[in-house]
Write a protein that binds this ligand. Structure first.
Ligand code: ADP
Ligand code: ZN
Length: 740
């Protein structure tokens, strides 16, 4: 090994976006200043040019100096990421055993990943003076698509729209633009991309006076004891958001920034407008609904400190912050904080790590804390703050069971539920019917031979989507036309069971004169349609809401007085060790939508198993008791949070390849098995075939987290070099929340 100890010419440790868990050595470009860690460089990587990020400097390399390549170019004159931001990247790569270059890629907006400037020049399209006077109606008769484009640009005003924004509105605008350019009706020009402006918000308005519980919670947060992580467990409607708001104000007054992480569909305009109004600050938003340029502008504002309030979904956890002061994770229990593919990180867990590293407070809020968080509170690692009552005097909703063995449900609705809906509507209440299954029916069955329509590529049934006349696989996206005859015997087929579409139809039959609105990911595909639907739901225009978990999260429907939970049994006999925790969370969350203001809420739950112990625990003891019992059970059976898990997944065209690779993994690990480590498998995944690939898994369970990670590191290196791995897609999932 030859070493270079020339401090003037350090070796650059560069993270490159490739699936290998190492950094690569480069020398600075000849004759240019040395890029500091956190800056991007352009490098030759094999046959290709790649954007890399300098994550460190070293004095030497394992390679002889003359073999190390020079970077082609330094792309940033100032580092994009600071020391602390890079520390989070490194931690993420180490903890999730994921290539550092891919972590860096996840931490950067797309535009920066592509190597473009931090302040890129963007193409703008605008209407000209001539275009403004054009006769749009006449144009619409001859060339409707041209007219549409012209009108859109007229609406946008003199500054025009970025090409990206225009593509969002009119995906094919480029096809019709040329003739408008030729006629001089529209023009294009280049501009620096827009800056985030914090002062766009209206002046701050005061909120309600905090009640006793809220004041006490705030005092604990302000006293900021030696622990930095706070679990704010407050029943739905207890005023957690008011507590966050006051704490945010403290931090912002100290001149620091607040980062708020919210679940994917929790980032509703309602929350954003509440923050904006109360704090008088425009938040920088980071979520998947933005154009690349918008996302970059928000990211830049967080990094420069121009935005004091940054609100985003999962990946916002990696956003650099100039002066971090507080991190809030709202709805801590929500699964969307865990990425389920590629880099399988938990943004909630990284928030805790990042806050600790920065020495700032992190507040995790929820009505239904995960057992992991409760466990950490018991052990004293985190501090628990409770808001046991609803704010402003609203009463907690009361839960009742409907036994569907005695009161059968037709198309999902039992007679007692229909009666309750009627009586709530008659007294001017609003009703929400919850079913966590979209489509018309989960199964299509032949009434003669019993054949069930299945997916060709997965071990799954096809869901009937009657509105589109389709059968769809919810696992791989396959679609087929919905026929009326069995593909095997030609006899008539019929949909079995119910999804939200069928419930909607049934409700329309029972209540033809009422306004019914279905909200699920099918009904809200168009951009902005979910926002519109939720606005209408909130204002009470829709009298009956029917939908999936989309409706259960964080929304405040002032008039809602009845929640009906249809087919609640899905989780009662689940095989996953988290089934009961999840089911309780989802029921308590959706139940919490009822009776949030003056009127007390009723919750009716249809079940075929009213004697199941789960129900009595939930109804008499609430979520808290379910959690307590589940914790005791996990302890006895050695599941998390009492042990740590890692799941090695593999998928291949042939079963023996998928299993074979995991056998290699198992042999590597076997030597270390013992009291502290159990290796379960390899076995077929619960859904063994998905999208045409065979899937298998190996589960590692350990009481010693450090040793587990040492083993995973070794395992990753073995698998990266294993020839058999070339035919297999494999991944390591640390702290998995889905065991399939
Ligand atoms: P959570 O975040 O716990 O669901 P919110 O903060 O959204 O609760 O509060 C629920 C409702 O109660 C909101 O309408 C809010 O304005 C109201 N509220 C919160 N705190 C108070 C208070 N101290 N006095 C009166 N109303 C309050
Ligand atoms: Zn499929």
């Amino acid at each position: 090994m030859s070493t270079i100890s020339d401090k003037q010419h350090p070796v650059l440790k560069v993270a490159v976006n490739v699936p290998l868990s190492r950094e690569f050595d480069y020398l600075p470009p000849k004759g240019e200043p040395i890029p500091v860690p956190g800056s991007r460089v352009l490098v030759q990587f094999g046959p290709r040019r790649q954007v890399g990020l300098v994550v460190g400097h070293a004095d030497g390399s394992e390679l002889p100096r003359e073999k190390i390549r020079h970077c082609i170019e330094v792309l940033d004159d100032e580092p994009l990421f600071g020391k602390d931001d890079l520390a989070l990247v490194r931690f993420t790569s180490n903890y999730y055993h994921h290539p550092v270059g891919e972590v860096v890629a996840a931490a950067m907006p797309a535009i920066l990943r592509q190597g473009k400037a931090l302040h890129p020049v963007v193409q703008m399209i605008a209407v000209t003076d001539l275009g403004r006077t054009a006769d749009i109606e006449a144009l619409a008769r001859r060339a409707p698509r041209q007219a549409e484009l012209l009108e859109t640009l007229c609406d946008a005003g003199g500054d025009g729209l970025e090409a990206d924004q225009l593509t969002e509105l009119l995906p094919n605008w480029r096809r019709v633009a040329s003739s408008l350019f030729a006629k001089g009706l529209i023009e294009r020009f280049e501009a620096r991309c827009g800056e985030f402006d914090e002062t766009l918000a209206p002046a701050a308005t005061p909120g309600p006076q905090l009640n006793g519980d809220q004041r006490q919670a705030l005092e604990i947060l302000r006293s900021n004891l030696d622990v930095g992580a706070y679990l704010l467990e407050g029943v739905t409607g207890s005023g957690k958001t008011e507590v966050y708001l006051q704490r945010m104000q403290d931090i912002i007054e100290q001149g620091k920034q607040v980062l708020v992480l919210v679940p994917e569909i929790g980032l509703t305009p309602q929350l954003v407008s509440r923050l904006r109004k109360r704090l008088g600050i425009e938040p920088a938003l980071l979520h998947s609904g933005l154009t690349d340029i918008e996302r970059l502008a928000a990211w830049r504002a967080a990094r420069s400190g121009a935005a004091r309030l940054v609100v985003g979904t999962r990946s916002a956890i990696f956003t650099p912050l100039k002066k971090p002061g507080l991190i809030i994770v709202d709805e801590e229990h929500d699964h969307s904080f865990k990425q389920q593919e590629g880099l399988r990180y938990s943004a909630r867990d990284l928030a805790i790590v990042r806050a600790k590293h920065l020495g700032v407070q992190v507040i995790l809020g929820t009505a239904t804390p995960t057992l992991e968080m409760l466990h950490h509170c018991r052990s004293g690692a985190y501090k628990l703050i409770r808001l046991p009552r609803r704010a402003g005097g609203a009463k907690p909703p009361s839960l009742h069971l409907i036994d569907t063995a005695r009161a059968p449900a037709n198309d999902g609705l039992s007679a007692p539920l229909i009666d309750a809906i009627r009586s709530h509507l008659q007294t001017d209440g609003q009703v929400l019917i919850f079913l966590n299954r979209r489509g018309f029916a989960p199964t299509l069955i032949c009434s003669s031979c019993g054949h069930i329509a299945g997916c060709d590529r997965c071990d799954s049934r096809l869901t009937v989507h009657a509105r589109q006349g389709q059968l769809r696989c919810h696992h791989c996206g396959l679609t087929r036309p919905l026929g009326t005859a069995c593909s095997e015997c030609g006899e008539p087929v019929k949909p079995l069971g119910e999804g939200t579409e069928r419930l909607e139809d049934a409700l329309r039959q029972h209540f033809p004169e009422r306004v019914i609105m279905r909200i699920d990911s099918d009904s809200t595909q168009k951009k902005g349609s979910m926002i519109d639907a939720l606005d209408q739901a909130k204002e009470g225009q829709a009298e009956i809401l029917v939908g999936t978990q989309m409706l259960s999260k964080g929304h405040h429907f002032p008039k809602l007085s009845l929640v009906g939970i249809v087919n609640a049994d899905q989780g009662l006999f689940g095989t996953d060790f988290r089934s009961s925790e999840r089911m309780a969370q989802s029921i308590v969350q959706v139940a919490g939508r009822a009776g949030r203001e003056r009127r007390a809420g009723d919750v009716l739950i249809q079940t075929a198993f009213p004697e199941h112990a789960f129900w009595s625990t939930l109804i008499s003891g609430g979520y808290e008791r379910v959690a307590e019992e589940a914790l005791a059970e996990r302890k006895a059976t050695h599941w998390p949070p009492y042990t740590r898990l890692a799941l090695i997944r593999s998928a291949a065209h042939r079963r023996e390849d998928a299993i074979g690779l995991l056998e290699v993994a198992q042999r590597t690990l076997q030597r270390h098995c013992g009291d502290q480590l159990r290796v379960l498998g390899p076995v077929d995944a619960p859904m063994a075939r998905k999208a045409g690939r065979h899937r298998a898994q190996l589960l590692l369970q350990s009481t010693d987290r450090r040793r587990l990670h040492i083993l995973l590191r070794e395992l990753r290196l073995v698998l990266e070099q294993e020839p058999a791995a070339r035919k297999v897609r494999w991944s390591i999932d640390v702290d998995p929340i889905e065991l399939f």
